[in-house]
Structures are given as C-alpha cells and as structure tokens.
Design a protein around this ligand. Structure first.
Ligand code: ZN
Length: 144
C-alpha cells in the first residue's frame, strides 16, 4: 500500500500521497490543517454518512514530516474503514475486547504512518539527487 501511495517518478508531498490514497479509499479526501498545539488531539478523521468524503484534521503548525505522520495514521483508518462511536478521552472501553481491538488498530495505523514517512523521505532524497534517481530508474527499467 505504501508503494502505491508514494509516486515513483515525481516528488512525494502530503498532497500527492492524499491524492493517491483517495483512489485506494474509494472516496475524496481533504486535509484540513486545523488542530492547534496544546489540545488532546493530534489528528482526527471523519467521513460523510454516504462514505464519499473523508476529512482529515491535521496539525496546523507542525513540521511537514510530523504532519505527514498524522495524515498517514488517519489515512490508514480511512483505508481500513475503521469506525468508532466512542472517544478514548471521554469514555471507558465497554469491554477488554474493545480495548484490545482499538489499541491494535492504533498500532497498525502508527506502523503504516512510519512506513509511509520513510518511503516519502526516500522519494524526496531521490528527487534531490537526480543522478541517484537516474541510476535507480536505469536499474529498474523505468522510462521517463
Ligand atoms: Zn488513530
């Protein structure tokens, strides 16, 4: 999935990743950088009731790699269609099973976000070192 979201032949940004993720999630996705520092939230995703639009609320004034991490975490919730009717900071889990499932999902989202961040960093390094990109393209038979 990470390989499908990071464009192989052009520089990856939060926007290019989100654009490709929309295809994978089967819905339009908008990122709204509106989460302020000092709140309990780092990110949040909501979907329209018809499931045609996902809105990711991301940190407003964070470094790009942190913003990408949060967007990546929320993208995995969207792609895997995780739903949640409670919020961890306002209510207790209804059962140990619910707690375990929620923590497992959060860990999966974090792993995805980490892998996405590494892939984007690698992509940007290739873009900033054209000779390395040319050699990689040559090695893997990619034509411009
Ligand atoms: Zn989460």
């Amino acid at each position: 999935m990470v390989a499908r979201l990071v464009p192989p032949t052009r520089p990856a940004t939060v926007d290019t990743v989100v654009e490709r993720a929309a295809t994978e999630a089967g819905m339009a996705i908008r990122v709204v950088p509106a989460v302020e520092r000092g709140t309990d939230l780092s990110g949040l995703v909501v979907t329209s009731t018809a499931g045609r639009l996902g809105i990711i609320f991301a940190p407003a004034d964070a470094r790009t790699d942190y913003q990408l991490y949060i967007v990546g975490h929320e993208l995995w919730h969207l792609i895997r269609r995780h739903t949640c009717s409670r919020t961890a900071w306002t209510a207790e889990y209804t059962s140990r099973w619910a707690a375990w499932r929620s923590r497992r999902r959060e860990a999966a989202c974090d792993r995805f976000a980490q892998r996405l961040g590494l892939a984007v960093r690698r992509n940007q390094q290739r873009a900033s070192h054209p000779i390395a990109r040319i050699m990689l393209d040559e090695a893997f038979g990619v034509r411009p």
